[in-house]
Design a protein around this ligand. Structure first.
Ligand code: ZN
Ligand code: ZN
Length: 134
């Protein structure tokens, strides 16, 4: 008797990817229940953080030279409160380097400039804040 052994290797693996059958809904409605947190985007307090007055040199000759180098056109237009000239002229000798207003105005002018205030606005602010003495 012939024993015929038929070995059947039926190792056909049919992989059905069920995921392919998933039809994506065309109109996914967003989750209306989502609650956006009440947090407002962190706004820095309107302090003087954007300007960096710390980066300015100390009062006096150093500050004057710094401003003349950095914003020459602006200080040429900003009126000094303690003399009939512009800050640029004060910084070139019309005022002593120890002049308080010249140092203070210059500092503030530079700060506004760093903050993006226009030259015209800066000048009008200076005129309001430091009116020229008669
Ligand atoms: Zn002056
Ligand atoms: Zn002055």
């Amino acid at each position: 008797m012939n024993a015929t052994r038929i070995t059947r290797h039926s190792t056909i693996l049919t992989i059905v990817i069920a995921g392919a059958a998933l039809a994506l809904a065309a109109c996914n409605s967003p989750d209306k229940g989502t609650q956006v947190g009440g947090d407002t985007p962190s706004t820095p307090s309107p302090s003087r953080t954007t300007a960096t007055p710390e980066a300015l040199p100390p009062d006096g000759r150093q500050l004057f030279d710094f401003l003349l180098a950095k914003i020459p056109k602006l200080v040429a237009k900003v009126p000094c409160s303690c003399c009939p000239y512009s800050l640029a002229q004060c910084y070139r000798g019309a005022c002593p380097t120890s002049c308080g207003p010249c140092n203070r105005i210059g500092r503030q002018v530079y700060k506004w400039h760093v903050q993006g205030v226009s030259d015209d606005d800066i000048i009008s602010r200076v005129k309001i804040r430091w009116p020229r003495r008669g």
